[in-house]
Design a protein around this ligand. Structure first.
Ligand code: PLP
Length: 371
C-alpha cells in the first residue's frame, strides 16, 4: 500500500545527516530541530501557532483538554472514520455523538448535524477523510450560530487547501478553533516513528496547549494545569524538517497517481471512483473506490491473488464498535456509514507509484468486472 523505503532512498543523504546531527548534539528532547520544524510547519500551513506533540491521537486529546471540555459535554464526530477521533472523547469522559457521512465525499454529513445540537454540545470534529476537506463554510456558520468549537482532524489531509465561498484559500487544520495532525509513517507527511502537531490561531490556546503537552507546566516543576507528556522527539523533527520540503511534491505525485487511476477506472460498471470536491484540493492520503453489488470482498481477494494489496478503511463504523457499545448505538443508526464500510476499497497510493504498476492494477480491476 505504501513504499516508505523507496521514498527514503530519494532523501537518504539529507535524512541520515539530520539524524546524525541530533545524535551529535544529544538534545533528544526539545532540541533545536523541534522549534525549527514548528516554525517551518507554521509557515507552510499559515497557522498562527504550531505545537508539536507525540502523535495525532494525543493532538486530539490535547485539543479537547485545552478547550476545557468537561465530562458529559457532547462532541459531534463522524462514525465513518479512524478510532482515534472518538477514543479521546471517551477517555476524557465526554460523550461522542455520531453523525452520518456524505456518501460522495466520505466526510461528515453537514445536513445531519443541526438536529444533534443541544445545550450540552460543545464541539464538532470534522475529519478531513482520505485527503479532502469537509465542508468548512457550513461548519463555521453552525459553530457561530451555536457557539461550538471546531476541531479539525487533519491527520489524513495535511497540505489540502479549502476554498471558501468568498474565494479565500486556507490550509486544512487552520480553519477551525484547533487543528490536529499525525506524522505516523504512512501519513502524507510521515516521520520514522510516532509524531503529531496541533494548529491554532489563538495565542492563549497555543500557550495552554504547549503547557498541557509538557506536564501542564509554564515554568519547570511548577504545574499549573493537569497535562500529559506528549512531545515530538528531536530525531523525528529533524526527519520532518527534511520531508516537509517535499510535501507538495509528494501531493503532486499522489494526484498524478489518482488521475491515472481515475482515467483507467472511470465508467467501469460496478465501481465508483472517488468524488472530487470543488471547495477542496485533494492530497489523496487514500484512493478509495466504492464497490457496488456486494462485490468488494471478492474483488479484494481477486487482487490479492494477483499480488495487488488493497485495504478497507474502515470495515466497522465507530458506532458499531464493541468498545463503544455502552453509548447505545445500534445497526441502522447511520446507514451511509454502514454502507460505506461494506463498499469501500482503498488501492495502493503513495509517492513512488509507477505508471506500469497502476496500469497493472487497473487492468486487473477491469478484468474482474469484464470491462
Ligand atoms: C483520521 C485520523 N485521526 C487520528 C489519527 C491518529 O494519529 P496517530 O496514529 O498519530 O495517533 C489517525 C491516524 O493514525 C487518523 O487517520
Amino acid at each position: 500500500m505504501v513504499d516508505l523505503k523507496g521514498q527514503y532512498l530519494h532523501i537518504a543523504g539529507e535524512v541520515n545527516e539530520a539524524i546524525q546531527s541530533v545524535i551529535d548534539n544529544t538534545a533528544f528532547i526539545n532540541g533545536p530541530a523541534v522549534k525549527e520544524f514548528a516554525g517551518a510547519l507554521a509557515d507552510y500551513t499559515g497557522a498562527g501557532y504550531v505545537i508539536p506533540c507525540g502523535n495525532g491521537t494525543d493532538a486530539l486529546q490535547l485539543a479537547m483538554m485545552a478547550l476545557n471540555l468537561q465530562p458529559g459535554d457532547e462532541v459531534i464526530v463522524p462514525s465513518f472514520t479512524y478510532v482515534a477521533t472518538v477514543e479521546v472523547i471517551a477517555l476524557l469522559g465526554l460523550k461522542p455523538i455520531f453523525v452520518d457521512s456524505d456518501p460522495e465525499t466520505f466526510n461528515l454529513d453537514i445536513s445531519a448535524i443541526r438536529k444533534l445540537i443541544n445545550k450540552k454540545t460543545k464541539a464538532v470534529v470534522p475529519v478531513h477523510l482520505f485527503g479532502q476537506c469537509a465542508d468548512m463554510d457550513s461548519l463555521l456558520s453552525l459553530a457561530d450560530e451555536f457557539g461550538l468549537h471546531i476541531i479539525e482532524d487533519t491527520a489524513q489531509a495535511l497540505g489540502a487547501e479549502y476554498i471558501s465561498s468568498d474565494g479565500t484559500r486556507k490550509k486544512a487544520g487552520t480553519i477551525g478553533t484547533i487543528g490536529t495532525t499525525s506524522f505516523f509513517p504512512s501519513k502524507n507527511l510521515g516521520c520514522y516513528g510516532d509524531g503529531g502537531a496541533i494548529f491554532t490561531n489563538d495565542e492563549s490556546l497555543a500557550t495552554t496547549l504547549r503547557a498541557m503537552a509538557n506536564h501542564g507546566q509554564f515554568k519547570k516543576y511548577h504545574h499549573d494545569l493537569i497535562g500529559v507528556n506528549s512531545r515530538l522527539d528531536t530525531i523525528q523533527a529533524a526527519i520532518l524538517n527534511v520531508k516537509l520540503k517535499q510535501l507538495d511534491t509528494y501531493a503532486a505525485n499522489r494526484n498524478k497517481a489518482a488521475e491515472m487511476y481515475d482515467k483507467a477506472l472511470a465508467g467501469v460498471e460496478g465501481i465508483e471512483i472517488p468524488h472530487r470536491e470543488e471547495k477542496s484540493t485533494h492530497v489523496f492520503h487514500q484512493y478509495t473506490l466504492k464497490v457496488k453489488n456486494n462485490k468488494r470482498d471478492e474483488l479484494r481477494g481477486f487482487l490479492k491473488e494477483r499480488g495487488i494489496p488493497s485495504m478497507i478503511y474502515y470495515p466497522v463504523p465507530l458506532h458499531l464498535q464493541k468498545a463503544y457499545k455502552a453509548y447505545g448505538y445500534k445497526k441502522g443508526d447511520y446507514p451511509v456509514a454502514e454502507r460505506l464500510s461494506e463498499e469501500v476499497l482503498s488501492l495502493p497510493m503513495h509517492t513512488e507509484l509507477e505508471e506500469n504498476q497502476i496500469t497493472y492494477i487497473t487492468e486487473q480491476i477491469k478484468s474482474f468486472f469484464n470491462a
